[in-house]
Design a protein around this ligand. Structure first.
Ligand code: FRU
Length: 424
C-alpha cells in the first residue's frame, strides 16, 4: 500500500461503543424484532449446492439494481456431497450436517439471476478455478459501475490470511439469461494492520472480512465498511467503565469478556476507482460484548446513517447474550456517534425455539431483509434438524427514528430491484 499522507491528518472520530449495558437490553422473542418461524418444509434453491451469504447486485449508493430487467445475486456457495464416502456416517447415510458445517473451507462465489426477484436460476461460478489467490472466497459486495455493465466485486480472499480484494468483470444479458464475463484479475486492497485492526498473529481467531463499499450521501466520497476485531494481542483488551456502560448493581463483573473484541471497520478511498484505500479507526467497537460484527452495511434514510451488522449467540461475551440475527445502530453523520437501535441494537433475531433458523441478514434500503436458512428443527425437542443452505423468506421491517419494527413477510429469497439499468 502507498504511503500517501492521510486525507484527514488527525483521526477524524472516536469509535462508538456497543456497551454491555446496551446488550443487557437485548431480549429474544420480542415480536417486533423477531423473525417469523421458518417452516421445516422450505424449498431449496439447489440439490447440488449449499448457498449462504447472499449479496444482491447494487449500485454504489446502495440501491438494489437489475440489469435489462434481470435481477442478479451473488452467493457464497459450496457443493453438496450426498454421494461422497467422506460424508457418510457409520450407517452409510449422508451426514449433511457435517457437510454443511465444513462449507466455509470451500466457499466459492456463484451468481444467480431472475426475472421476478425470486425463483433464482443458477448462473455459475463468478471466477474460474485458480483466479482467486486463496482457497476460500468469502463475503463481499458486487457493485454495478455503469451502463456498460461493468461490475466491481469486492470480496474477502481467505486462507492463507484474509485480504480484502476486488475483481472487475462485466454482466451480459440476453433474452434468456445473464452471464458474468471477465473477473480474471484479482487486486489485493488491504489487510489488517495490527494497529487499528487485529491481525492473525495477534489472535488466531481474528476476523477481517466482508467489504461493503459505498458513497457517503453527504460528503460524496467513497468509503468501505468491513468486519474486524480491535487490534492487540488476544487477552490484552480492557473492559473498563466505558465498555461496561451504565449497568445495575451486581452487573459489574465482566468475566472473561476481554476475549470478545469485534468492531466495524471503515476505510476511505484515495482515488475515484476504489483501487487505493486507507483504513481509518473503527466506526463501532464491541469490546467486552461480542466477538463478531459481520457483514456490516448501511441504509441511508431520513438523512441518517443506519448501520447494520450480523452477529451470533455464541460470539457474545460472558454475562451478555442475544439471538443470532442482525443488529443496528444509527447516527446523524457517518462517523457517529452511533446509538443502538431499539435501545439494545437487536433488529431481527431468530426465535428462541429455532435459534439457528436463519443467518447473514442483509437489510436493503427498501426495508426488505434477506437471509439464508441454516437449520430448522423437525421435531418438538429440537434434536432433529433439517439443514437449509438456501434462501430464507424475506422479512419486511420499518425503520423509524431509533426504532425498528417487523411488519411483513415475503416469499423465499425475494429480492426485488429498486432500479433497473438498461445496458448500452
Ligand atoms: C457470515 C460469514 C461471513 C464470512 C462468511 C464465511 O455468514 O461468517 O462473515 O465472509 O460467512 O463463510
Amino acid at each position: 500500500m502507498k504511503s500517501t499522507p492521510s486525507k484527514f491528518g488527525k483521526t477524524p472520530h472516536q469509535p462508538s461503543l456497543w456497551t454491555r449495558a446496551d446488550a443487557l437490553k437485548v431480549h429474544a422473542d420480542d415480536p417486533t424484532t423477531t423473525q417469523p418461524l421458518v417452516s421445516a418444509n422450505f424449498p431449496v434453491l439447489s440439490d447440488e449446492v449449499f448457498i449462504w451469504d447472499t449479496m444482491p447486485l447494487r449500485d454504489i449508493d446502495g440501491n438494489i439494481t437489475s440489469v435489462d430487467g434481470w435481477s442478479v445475486i451473488f452467493t457464497l456457495t459450496a457443493d453438496r456431497h450426498p454421494n461422497d464416502p467422506q460424508y457418510l456416517d457409520q450407517n452409510g447415510n449422508y451426514d449433511v450436517i457435517r457437510d454443511w458445517n465444513d462449507r466455509h473451507g470451500r466457499a466459492k462465489m456463484y451468481y444467480w439471476f431472475s426475472r421476478t426477484g425470486k425463483d433464482w436460476k443458477l448462473g455459475g461460478r463468478v471466477m474460474a478455478e485458480g483466479v482467486s489467490p486463496t482457497v476460500r472466497e468469502w463475503a463481499g459486495t458486487p457493485i454495478l459501475l455503469n451502463e456498460q455493465g461493468e461490475v466491481d466485486l469486492y470480496y474477502t480472499a481467505v486462507t492463507p490470511g484474509a485480504t480484502i480484494v476486488k475483481v472487475r468483470g462485466r454482466v451480459v444479458t440476453t433474452e434468456h439469461g445473464v452471464s458474468l464475463v471477465g473477473f480474471e484479475k484479482v487486486k489485493p486492497l488491504f489487510e489488517a494492520d495490527g494497529k487499528m485492526y487485529q491481525t492473525e498473529a495477534q489472535n488466531a481467531f481474528w476476523g477481517f472480512r466482508d467489504p461493503w463499499p459505498f458513497r457517503d450521501p453527504k460528503d460524496g466520497k467513497l468509503y468501505m465498511l468491513f468486519e474486524g476485531n480491535v487490534a492487540g494481542e488476544r487477552g490484552s483488551h480492557k473492559v473498563g467503565k466505558a465498555e461496561i456502560g451504565d449497568v445495575p448493581p451486581g452487573y459489574e463483573d465482566v468475566g472473561n469478556s476481554r476475549f470478545q473484541t469485534a468492531c466495524v471497520g471503515i476505510a476511505v478511498a484515495r482515488d475515484e476507482d476504489g483501487d487505493d484505500w486507507e483504513m481509518l479507526p473503527p466506526l463501532l467497537t464491541a469490546v467486552g460484548v461480542n466477538d463478531q460484527t459481520e457483514r456490516p452495511h448501511f441504509v441511508f434514510q431520513d438523512g441518517k446513517y443506519y448501520l447494520f451488522t450480523i452477529s451470533h449467540t455464541f460470539t457474545y461475551a460472558d454475562g451478555v447474550t442475544g439471538p443470532d440475527g442482525v443488529y443496528g445502530f444509527v447516527a446523524d453523520s457517518l462517523f457517529g456517534p452511533y446509538v443502538p437501535l431499539n435501545g439494545s441494537g437487536l433488529v431481527l433475531g431468530n426465535p428462541s425455539s429455532q435459534p439457528f433458523q436463519t443467518y447473514s441478514h442483509c437489510v436493503m434500503p427498501n426495508g426488505l431483509v434477506t437471509s439464508f436458512i441454516d437449520s430448522v428443527p423437525t421435531d418438538d425437542t429440537g434434536t432433529q434438524i433439517r439443514i437449509g443452505g438456501t434462501e430464507a423468506p424475506t422479512v419486511g421491517i420499518k425503520i423509524k427514528g431509533q426504532q425498528t419494527f417487523v411488519v411483513a413477510e415475503y416469499d423465499y429469497g425475494y429480492i426485488p430491484p429498486m432500479l433497473d439499468v438498461t445496458l448500452k
